[in-house]
Design a protein around this ligand. Structure first.
Ligand code: GLU
Length: 284
C-alpha cells in the first residue's frame, strides 16, 4: 500500500523572532511532508495588524532558509486573504450560527467574577453568553449607535446542524469527539476585522489542501473549534498531529514571553545551522 502524501504547513505569526520551539515545529511539519512526498507549506498568519511586522516576516524566511528548509511558493499571507474570510463569514451568517457580541473584556470578566468555577479555554474565560440573550430591539439600538461588536458561534445552533458525533483524528492521541464546551461560543469574527484566528486558519487550511495539521499541543483545544467550522463550511477535516512542546535544558517550556535565545541570535553569533539541527534532532 502506498503512503498517503501529507501536505503540511508551518503557520507562524510574524510578531517577533522565532526560537527553538518554532524551529522544532517547522522541522516537524517539513519532515512529515518530505517523508510522504507531500508539500510543505509556509503560511504567514498576519491578521493582527498592530502586532505583526514585515521585519519579523523577513526574519522567518531568513531563519527557515538557514535551517535548510524549502517551502512551497508563493507564500500565502493572511493579510491578503480578507475577501476569502468574509465569504466564509457570510456562509456562516446565512446558516444562522453566529450572533453579535458587544461585550468588552471587562464586561466578560465582571460577568464571570461571581462564579469561581467559571470554565476557561486556552484563550481565556469561556464566554458566559451574555449577548445571546439580547432582544432584536436591543441589538438594533446598539448597532444603530455604532457599538462595536464581534460575531460569536452560537454553539447550540451549531450543534443542531452538525450533531454530536463529529470526530477528528490526532496522530498522537487518537480519535477525538468534538466537544463544543471546550471553546464555548468562541469569536468567529473580531470587532476590528471580519475574521478571527480560528476562521482564518480553517479557510486557509482548506484552500491550501492541508491534510495533516501539525502544531504544538498547546493548540489542541482549538481543534474542537476548528473542526466545527470545517463542518459548517463543508470543508474536509484534515488529520492532526499535535506535537510536544520542547523545553530548555532546565525542563522549562521555551516560550516567547520568557525571551528565549532566538534563531536569529544563534545565526548571528556564528553558530552553525548544523548544531541547531543536531540539538533539535534529539527531540524527535
Ligand atoms: N499562527 C499560530 C501561532 O503562531 C499557529 C496557528 C496554527 O498552527 O494553527 O501560534
Amino acid at each position: 500500500m502506498t503512503q498517503k502524501a501529507f501536505n503540511t504547513r508551518f503557520a507562524p505569526s510574524p510578531t517577533g523572532n522565532l526560537h527553538l520551539g518554532h524551529g522544532y515545529s517547522a522541522l516537524f511539519a517539513a519532515r512529515k511532508a518530505q517523508e510522504t512526498d507531500g508539500k510543505f507549506i509556509l503560511r504567514i498568519e498576519n491578521i493582527d495588524d498592530g502586532r505583526c511586522s514585515t521585519e519579523a516576516e523577513k526574519g522567518i524566511y531568513d531563519d527557515l532558509s538557514w535551517l535548510g528548509l524549502n517551502w512551497d511558493k508563493p507564500v500565502m499571507r493572511q493579510s491578503e486573504r480578507m475577501d476569502a474570510y468574509k465569504a466564509a463569514l457570510v456562509t456562516l451568517l446565512e446558516k444562522g450560527v453566529l450572533y453579535p457580541c458587544f461585550c468588552s473584556r471587562k464586561d466578560i470578566q465582571n460577568a464571570i467574577d461571581d462564579d469561581l468555577n467559571a470554565p476557561h479555554s486556552f484563550e481565556g474565560p469561556i464566554y458566559p453568553k451574555t449577548c445571546l440573550h439580547l432582544s432584536q430591539g436591543e441589538i438594533d439600538v446598539k448597532m444603530a449607535t455604532g457599538v462595536p461588536y464581534a460575531l460569536r458561534l452560537n454553539s447550540e445552533k451549531a450543534e443542531a446542524l452538525i450533531g454530536r458525533d463529529l470526530t477528528w483524528f490526532d496522530r498522537e492521541k487518537g480519535e477525538q469527539t468534538v466537544d463544543l464546551s471546550v471553546m464555548g461560543d468562541f469569536v468567529v469574527a473580531r470587532k476590528d476585522i471580519a475574521t478571527s484566528y480560528h476562521l482564518a486558519v480553517v479557510v486557509d487550511d482548506a484552500a491550501q489542501g492541508i491534510n495533516l495539521v501539525t502544531r504544538g499541543v498547546d493548540l489542541f483545544p482549538a481543534t474542537h473549534a476548528q473542526v466545527v467550522l470545517q463542518a459548517l463550511l463543508g470543508y474536509p477535516t484534515p488529520e492532526y498531529w499535535h506535537h510536544k512542546l520542547i523545553t530548555d535544558d532546565n525542563g522549562t517550556r521555551i516560550a516567547k514571553r520568557d525571551n528565549p535565545l532566538t534563531l536569529k541570535q544563534m545565526r548571528q553569533s556564528g553558530m552553525s545551522a548544523q548544531d541547531v539541527l543536531l540539538w533539535l534532532e534529539k527531540e524527535f
